[in-house]
Design a protein around this ligand. Structure first.
Ligand code: GLC
Length: 522
């Protein structure tokens, strides 16, 4: 930052929530928008300033709602547009911003556009990407490696192959077609007009294709995102666009443009390295990533996270790093998904409070706006027996009852079963027990959010050479952070300050940290 005034998303603490998982107010076994509205009180209490909701668009739900049949509607089970308006009004009244997921790259194959496009002679044919052979764009990788070995699928009715970077029921839109561009931009304004504070633009690296390239991060894709930005900026100067681009740093940075593309982008590379450092007791991979952290344009911001609704992606690490991570965090093959690990934060860390706190304390002090994935604030578990990534999208655990207090429907109507493992079932992990308990993980998270200075978002980062690869150290503005990634007591030189959060024995000469201990000094 060069001293420009901070934008709201640069000081935000975000909460990622799936509407269908959060609270079911009408007893149909599917969470709803009214449920999220009802729980705004909880979210505000936690200290969250911005909610990111996963897709609420109409969908056959074969990809958690990222398979969309209407870009400007709400899935019936979730409620109505009026419910969304009410959510936004109530959130605003509590000082909470709301951004929503918007799927740009593809639709469901059940979308009326695609159903029409398949028909011979349809004027929608050119809204998707077709080929007579599977030879086109052969340099593009397959992303969902567990389920697909090609980005092309034959369509009998169309008599051609259609292009898809994700599931074969998610045909990619053809952004070469100006009508597609118009339709997508219109849909973006539909949501901003409704009152959302911004959009998470899903899977943006793949919008355009070009022969002889890997079809990712193409100049045409960036040009189109810049167009979205300039049109959005003209009408909604306060709105934020968050790019989901799972890419290496050098390919990630261009998503900010010169401050004229997306306002925010996830920092995908740093996330797995936090886990790697914890697995190995060696913080070198984090230090390398942070040392390389490029200057980003004024008004731009990283979104940092530990876990989300997807597998913990291991695409942006080397093969040997991936092997270490899989070996440590996903010993059983059922825990793996595509190129990643489908587990929640607490089970990943063996339920070890020290490690959970350590990673969160680092997350909350990294440059960027931190995101908490719903349920991780109480240490919810996962269920690897459920298909795809469903096992980390189970109902939020509000109380100790078998239904977790999230729905009054008979359990066989729940969109997904509540976690019922002995360590992570509602009797063990729930909000009602943790909220009044000052020693709970929930209250620990809340306190951390409360003490986190807003400047943490954008303050410059200065690495400290702690002389010990097990201990990460850096300064953010007035705060010095030390984090012990090892299971041993470690001492490093004191660089000054009083304990503001965390625990350490501090003398004028040294800071001594317990195993997995951390401290913020001011
Ligand atoms: C994004 C979403 C993921 C989805 C994919 C394809 O990566 O985060 O959940 O499966 O897009 O739509």
């Amino acid at each position: 930052m060069t001293g420009a005034e901070e934008r709201w998303y640069q000081t935000a603490v975000l909460y990622e929530v799936a509407v269908h998982s959060f609270l079911d107010t009408d007893g149909d076994g599917v969470g709803d928008i009214a449920g999220l509205t009802k729980r705004l009180e909880y979210i505000q209490w936690l200290g969250i300033t911005t909610i990111w909701i996963l897709p609420i668009l109409p969908s056959p739900m074969r990809d958690g709602g990222y398979d969309v049949t209407d870009l400007t509607g709400v899935r019936g089970e979730y409620g109505s547009l009026d419910d969304v308006r009410e959510l936004l009004v109530e959130a605003r009244a509590r000082g909470i911003r709301v951004i929503t997921d918007f799927v740009v790259n593809h639709t469901s194959d059940q979308h009326p556009w695609f159903r029409s496009a398949r028909q011979p002679g349809s004027d929608k044919r050119d809204w998707y990407v077709w080929s007579d052979t599977t030879d086109r764009y052969s340099d593009a990788r397959v992303i969902f490696t567990d389920t697909h070995d090609s980005n092309w699928t034959w369509d009998e009715t169309a008599g051609q192959f259609y292009w898809h970077r994700f599931f074969d029921h998610q045909p990619d839109l053809n952004f070469e077609n100006p009508k597609v561009q118009e339709a997508v931009i219109d849909a973006i304004f539909f949501w901003l007009d409704l009152g959302f504070d911004g959009l998470r633009l899903d899977a943006v690296p793949y919008l355009f294709e070009e022969e002889g390239t890997n079809c990712e991060n193409l100049p045409a894709t960036h040009a189109f995102l810049k167009r979205i930005r300039s049109e959005v900026e003209a009408r909604y100067p306060d709105a934020v666009l968050l790019a989901e681009a799972n890419q290496w740093p050098e390919d990630l940075l261009p998503y900010f443009g010169q401050g004229d593309e997306c306002h925010m982008a996830y920092h995908f590379p740093v996330m797995p390295r936090l886990f790697l450092a914890l697995a190995t007791g060696n913080t070198a991979p984090i230090i390398e990533t942070l040392a390389d952290l490029p200057e980003i344009p004024d008004g731009a911001q990283w979104a940092v996270f530990l876990r989300n609704h997807d597998e913990l992606t291991l695409e942006m690490v080397t093969d040997s790093e991936r092997a270490v991570l899989n070996g440590h965090y996903a010993p059983h093959p059922s825990m793996r998904k595509n190129i990643g690990i489908r587990r929640r934060l607490s089970p990943l860390l063996g339920g070890d409070r020290r490690q959970i706190e350590l990673l969160n304390a680092v997350l909350m002090s990294l440059p960027g706006s931190p995101i908490i994935y719903y349920g991780d604030e109480i240490g919810m578990g996962d269920n690897v027996d459920l298909p795809d990534r469903d096992g980390l999208r189970t109902p939020m655990q509000w109380d100790a009852t078998a239904s977790a207090g999230w729905s009054t429907a008979p359990p066989d109507r729940f969109y997904q079963p509540v976690i019922d493992s002995p360590d992570y079932g509602p009797a063990e992990v729930n909000v009602a027990d943790q909220r009044p308990d000052p020693n709970s993980l929930l209250n620990w998270m809340r306190n951390l959010i409360r003490v986190r200075p807003a400047e943490m978002g954008t303050a410059p980062l200065e690495l400290i050479d702690t002389g010990d690869q097990g201990v990460l150290g850096y300064v953010r503005d007035e705060v010095t952070v030390f984090a012990n990634f090892t299971e041993a007591v470690r001492s490093v030189s004191n660089t000054g300050g009083d304990v503001m959060a965390g625990h350490a024995s501090v003398t004028p000469a040294s800071v001594t940290l317990q195993p997995y201990g951390w401290v913020w000094l001011k």
